[in-house]
Design a protein around this ligand. Structure first.
Ligand code: URA
Ligand code: CA
Length: 434
């Protein structure tokens, strides 16, 4: 087999066979295929696309390029959840205990935040003592015993994805739907998931700005998952404004605890109930989404989901008392109010720039190696559609310095107040099964 023939084939719009895709992935991972040939193929894929079968073959070739987590000794259907990333997206912290409390084992691998988006691992580290490094054995044992565990991404999974992603980054081939779909799905499958629920974000703060692209990506991923025997569902959800009210690590842990108590923000709660019921369906604990939703509401109302979050914290080295006393979490020195400059209605809350405002306070990283301040962030007091009077508090900045002008101006600039009332954006869009 010659790489040049594969490039020509894809350039002409033909489909690659499974053997050809494996040849490319293995050759590139072992440095037998040079960057320039891999780049040419990626660009041909960018323009010509891939069939559902090619995408499934590509995904599995990437999975097989490295180690895979073996969760077979955990009883039951192992369900994973993935969000394509957003601002203030606290759902994983809530869903892990929520779904586990309904009996679905959740063995979760999470990542860190970069740029305007946050990461679950950083949020968990706001809990003093919480460690995210467990051996595979400890990870599996904890899920068997307690139904839940959250750890950092293991570095030896999907090496082909790591290498291809770096190349895509510098060859303008990141925003190719087949390449994104196979990249995301390969990581979920290598992490051992039997079933996967995907939250594909759309809007200003999301990777996929348009609804059409988000839908295409969701359909591709659902197709890949089901093609390779992992029951997969997806939803499209809005990321034109931040999710919930809190953005920042400690602040989002508090928001997660509130939501597990049943007193969280409405949008965040609703998204967790929608994703959670899908997790119960693909995890074979509920027959229907309605039944799943009822089960989730039950474990919120009777406190078992919150207590299980406490159990997770305790098992991984933290102080479970924080679930009843969030004052034990790191707090910022200053709370600075951002006030409405005029009366009217909130018409926009640019998620991207509000994410940047939080990052500049120290809640996120501009660069992969930046150190973050777990206590800082932003709490929104208004959302799109709310009416405001001049002088009302739009948001509160939590900071360890009084010099917050840059973040404050970003908030003033991107929280837009207009004359006409607007409806809040629709939070949940299409639901995609097969
Ligand atoms: N996230 C991923 O993991 N892979 C992509 O290709 C894009 C976003
Ligand atoms: Ca939030």
């Amino acid at each position: 087999m010659r790489m040049v023939d594969l490039i020509k084939k894809k350039r002409n719009g033909d489909s690659l066979s499974k053997e050809e895709i494996i040849f490319f992935i293995n050759g590139y991972t072992t440095d037998a295929i040079p960057d320039y040939q891999a780049s040419a193929l990626l660009m041909a894929i960018y323009f010509k696309g891939m069939t559902a079968e090619e995408q499934a073959d590509l995904t599995m070739a990437i999975v097989e390029s490295g180690a895979q987590i073996d969760l077979s000794s955990i009883e039951g259907v192992k369900v994973d959840k993935h969000s394509t990333g957003g601002v203030g997206d606290t759902t994983s912290l809530i869903l892990v205990p929520l779904v586990a409390a309904c009996g679905v084992p959740v063995a979760k691998m999470s990542g860190r935040g970069l740029g305007h988006t946050g990461g679950t691992l950083d949020k968990l580290e706001a809990i003093e003592g919480f460690h995210i490094e467990l051996t595979s054995e400890e990870f599996v044992n904890q899920v068997n015993e307690l139904k839940l565990a959250i750890i950092g991404q293991s570095k030896n999974l999907t090496p082909a994805d790591q290498k291809i992603y770096s190349l895509r980054d510098v060859t303008a081939t990141v925003d190719s739907i087949p390449l994104i779909a196979s990249s995301i799905m390969s990581k979920k499958i290598a992490a051992g998931a039997d079933a996967i629920v995907l939250d594909v974000k759309t809007g200003d703060g999301a990777f996929m700005k348009s609804k059409e692209d988000a839908l295409k990506l969701a359909k591709s991923m659902v197709e890949i998952g089901n093609h390779v025997g992992r029951k997969t569902m997806a939803i499209i959800s809005d990321m034109s404004q931040p999710l919930g009210n809190a953005i920042g690590n400690s602040l989002e842990v508090i928001e997660a605890i509130d939501t597990l108590k049943g007193i969280g923000p409405k949008d965040l709660t609703e998204l967790c109930l929608v994703l959670g019921s899908q997790m119960l369906v693909v995890g074979e604990k509920a027959e229907t989404l309605e039944e799943g939703r009822g089960m989730l509401e039950q474990v919120i109302n009777d406190g078992t989901a919150l207590e299980l979050f406490g159990t997770l914290i305790e098992a991984q080295g933290g102080n479970r008392a924080i679930i009843h006393d969030t004052a034990l979490l790191p707090t910022a020195k200053y709370k600075i109010e951002v006030q409405a400059a005029r009366s009217g209605y909130i018409t926009e809350m640019g998620a991207n720039d509000i994410g940047v405002a939080a990052m500049l306070l120290g809640a996120g990283r501009a660069d992969k190696n930046d150190v973050i301040d777990l206590s800082v962030g932003i709490v929104l007091k208004k959302k799109i559609g709310d009416s405001v009077q001049k002088g009302d508090v739009l948001a509160v900045i939590h900071s360890n310095t009084e010099a917050v002008q840059q973040s404050e101006s970003l908030l003033q600039e991107h929280i837009i107040i207009g004359d006409e009332a607007v409806l809040p954006p629709q939070l949940i869009g299409e639901v995609i099964h097969e």
